[in-house]
Design a protein around this ligand. Sequence first.
Ligand SMILES: NC(=O)c1ccc[n+]([C@@H]2O[C@H](COP(=O)([O-])OP(=O)(O)OC[C@H]3O[C@@H](n4cnc5c(N)ncnc54)[C@H](O)[C@@H]3O)[C@@H](O)[C@H]2O)c1
Length: 543
Amino acid sequence: MANSERTIYFTGFMASGKSRIGRAVSERLNRTFVDTDSVIVERAHKSISDIFASEGESAFRKMELDLIREISEDPSPKVVALGGGTLTQSQIVSLIRKTGIIIRLWAVPEVLNERIGRKNTRPLLAGLAPEDRLAKIKTMLAEREPRYALADFSVESSNDFTEEHVVSEVLRNLKFWESRAVFVEPSCGSHYPIFIGHNLIPRISSLLYGLRLAPSNSFLICTDTNVASAQGRNLALLKKEAGDSPVFKFHAGEIFKNLSSLNQLYTFMLRRHYSRKSCLLQLSGGVVGDMAGFAAATYQRGISFVQIPTTLLAMVDSSVGGKVAVNHPEGKNMIGAFYQPRAVVCDLDVLSTLPPVEFLAGLAEVVKYGVIYDEEFFLYLEANVQRILSRDSEVLAYIVRRSCEIKAEVVGIDEKEMGLRAILNYGHTFGHAIEKLNHYEFSHGIGVSLGMRVAARLAALTGRITKEEELRQKALLDAFGFPQTVSVDVDKAWEAMGIDKKVEKNMRVYILPVKIGVVEKAASVDESLVRKAWEAVLPGGIE
Ligand SMILES: NC(=O)c1ccc[n+]([C@@H]2O[C@H](COP(=O)([O-])OP(=O)(O)OC[C@H]3O[C@@H](n4cnc5c(N)ncnc54)[C@H](O)[C@@H]3O)[C@@H](O)[C@H]2O)c1
């Protein structure tokens, strides 16, 4: 749903300016304005204080819920000022999420206290002396903070800013939010948006400040040496947008994805006195994304971070889902965490400098989504091979979006890989072994593409799919130009696969297709068949 079709809901503490700013925004957008408190008062023929006094707070909350239901069912988008405590009701939040965008207005408690004191008629604070009122405001703000944090973005409405300034900040943020394509709601983590579009980096400051991330001097950009030179212009723009933030450059390449590189980043941050309120912006592919994410997860027990992926693979896969890690000599991604970013910004323009082999690596994950989850998407890929390879902007936007949607859906059900998420590992068990045995000379995606060939062969050998289905996947991979063979010692591969994270309770499990668009978890697969499946990629059969 486009922003232009979404109702805009203003939330925030009482006296944060919801009605005043909301009305001004509605005039600018030529939409009907609704102040929920006023409508309730009008309908009940009583002031809010009287409703609280005569019918109790729960009756008032029920009136709010009924009204929001009515608004969210109305197809014409509006601008709505919510009551101070409306978002304490989770039913209301779910209703709003479907068709709306939530903007939080905020001001510091002292400003709120001064504004509230002018009338002193708010039911929850009426009659209190200024200092008691301030203390109560602080307590209520702390209590309601988790609910206000549900807002898509925040805008400050302090006394220092004119109404015009606050309104234009709201509109500037809304413009950026037009590129929100996917909303990730992990099963146990916090939610975050994925933005997909063109020319997003040069406008990213409205997002960063709208998310109320770090003050400008405590952003840190992480990138790698290749991206820094290939994407120098975007890096400079990002630096400017993030208040001239420092840049930390990792050496490019999977071999540097380790604790030693990470330690250099920690040292860099500590020496520059980055605090818990800092925010890490990662502008790079999956290698730096995973490392910077793990740094964000662990630096001073966790700081916020934003993924700005620059490879196709990072856009469609590694930036979404919150897995962050570094490699250990004993295995890939063995040291890590689940840690969600605050936002993912896929500016498709950065892909213009991505080398073809890296683009291909990302396509492996895209093909994977078709095989594991969505046959229609697989068909789309089959029908658009040339447009994809020529990086047609419309097709790119669609494949990035659909891939992120699928990943978000899977992660939304199973963030910590207790069940469904394991399907994302299709091709990975074999792929990781290929990567490891080739000393990470292959990029991850190419390893996965080869791994998918082996997995599909195993599925055919175990009678899960037909030979035709295996060939259909092979034909698509071939059409994209993926390598068809790799030199692997099957004994070593068998051993390498044994340490993979996908090994459960000493039992090797494989994600295998049962048809295009559906996979299942297979345990107790005969070792001889697994070994034989490697023939799918070995130059002359088993080596
Ligand atoms: N966290 C997850 O859920 C997850 C999922 C999949 C993969 N991964 C990890 O992702 C990593 C692979 O990511 P990747 O394929 O993005 O590799 P990468 O980060 O190494 O990027 C590939 C290469 O392209 C360069 N590059 C990146 N963007 C560029 C651009 N726009 N222009 C020019 N050059 C550019 C990089 O410097 C690098 O040399 C692996 O470490 C893998 O384990 C993680």
